[in-house]
Write a protein that binds this ligand. Structure first.
Ligand SMILES: *Cc1c(COP(=O)(O)O)cnc(C)c1O
Length: 422
């Protein structure tokens, strides 16, 4: 019997039937077969506290008894107000205004609309294109597809439908690059800005870690250089921290490594600890102030039904509280230490002919191979070892929940290594 559920990113003819999950606890989820699988991906990088975290579950229960949902048009409520205040406190200084939506993709759509309208409201209506990067992934909605990598990305099929934006080469200098080593990467940005700044509303990027486009990592020096270029060419800087936000790169936000404030910043995935879909698009005063005016054009015409959902805001507040009270940055540093020891320092692994690179940043590690064929069967292989791995293309990675223990982390890295070193 075939299921009526249409699975994501799936080739329907060849896709193996999905595993049936009945519950979860900590870094594991449980299948109807009785198996417990250790989740190396924390469910597309969002379940940062793992499954069934007692405090997050209790917060949801409590909020459900008070108010599950109310529209944000003309109304407000304590969870939305308190979360916005917390986000302003936690994010780089200057990001003082919070626009809610219900997913990372929509959060990015909001960011792009905001940037374009800002330019129009400040007398530069010809600035309406985006400058993105190769290897970028910003979501699957139409506006987002148009700023994903147009060659290696997964949306080539829709090229004819999409607005034509500009793409700079993906940065190549690694995380620990010195300022002079990012010059070539910045030159790629500068070239496009010199030629096209008059028509560019914003430069957008996943800071430090281009995630779904191949876990490409770059340096804080690149972010600082990009910030300066945006200032020089009067272009807004948008950080898509949907994947990097909430600890993934080792700081609260990737922007913190560079001490850079973007003009607009988007958060989702880890925002609610993964317990509900939600997103926040934050803006600096200058952007927000441009929307204060007398004409009909000054209104920002966006308002997702579920923006500021009380359950989502309440669980996000609890997630942030746990993150702070239980020293998650310390936990992430420990995971980074284990990943370094088990993967980066393993010379046999790094010398393996199938492998082109092993990289690491915060609680993220990736083994890059020549072709995706070299990873065919790795999920079934890992399952036999009690681990849930799901590579993206030719990238075998882990982005574990931050509560993953040392024993669990090494079980994940062992599954990743043994696939090659059998
Ligand atoms: C996942 C992701 C998105 C899209 O978020 P959804 O909630 O899946 O719409 C956007 N940008 C980045 C960097 C992401 O990793």
């Amino acid at each position: 019997m075939t299921s009526p559920v249409w699975p994501p990113y799936a080739h329907l003819k060849t896709q193996a039937p999905p595993l049936r999950v009945v519950g979860g606890e900590g870094a594991h989820f449980k299948l109807d077969t009785g198996e417990r699988l250790l989740d190396a991906t924390c469910s597309w990088w969002c379940m940062i506290h793992g499954y069934a975290h007692p405090r997050l579950v209790a917060a949801l229960r409590e909020q459900a008894g008070e108010l599950c949902h109310v529209m944000l048009g003309g109304l407000t409520h304590a969870p939305a107000e308190r979360l916005a205040t917390r986000l302003v406190e936690l994010t780089p200084s200057g990001l003082n205004h919070v626009f809610y939506s219900d997913s990372g993709s929509v959060g990015m759509e909001v960011a792009m609309k905001m940037a374009l309208q800002y330019q129009r409201l400040t007398g530069k209506p010809e600035k309406r294109r985006m400058l993105s990067l190769m290897k970028a992934y910003h979501g699957d909605t139409t506006g987002c597809m148009a700023v994903c990598d147009p060659e290696e990305g997964m949306h080539q099929l829709f090229a004819g439908l999409l607005p034509q934006h500009l793409f700079a080469p993906a940065p190549r200098a690694p995380f620990d690059a010195q300022p002079h080593q990012v010059e070539a990467d910045l030159a790629g940005l500068r070239q496009l800005l010199e030629r096209h700044h008059h028509e560019i509303a914003a430069l957008l990027m996943e800071p430090l870690l281009q995630a779904a486009g191949g876990l490409n990592m770059t340096s804080p020096a690149y972010l600082r250089g990009a910030r300066k270029l945006c200032d020089d060419f009067d272009v807004l800087l948008i950080f898509d921290e949907v994947a990097t936000g909430f600890g993934r790169t080792g700081q609260w936000f990737a922007a913190d490594h560079a001490k850079v404030t973007p003009d607009i910043m988007v958060l989702s995935k880890g925002l609610t600890g993964g317990y509900l879909g939600h997103a926040a698009t934050l803006a600096i005063d200058r952007v927000h102030a441009a929307f204060i005016g007398d004409t009909a054009e000054h209104a920002f015409m966006h308002g997702p039904t579920f923006m500021g959902n009380p359950l989502a805001c309440r669980v996000a507040l609890e997630s942030i509280a746990v993150f702070e009270e239980e020293d998650y940055l310390g936990k992430i540093a420990s995971l980074n230490h284990i990943l370094r020891r088990e993967l980066l320092d393993d010379t046999a692994l790094r010398a393996h002919p199938a492998i082109t690179d092993v990289r690491l940043l915060g609680a993220t590690a990736v083994i890059e191979t020549h072709t995706s064929a070299q990873l065919e069967g790795v999920a079934a292989f890992a399952r036999k070892r009690g681990v849930w791995l799901r590579p993206i293309g030719r990238w075998l990675y882990t982005m574990p929940a931050y509560i993953t223990t040392e024993e669990e982390m090494t079980r994940i890295t062992d599954a990743m290594k043994t696939w090659f070193l059998r």
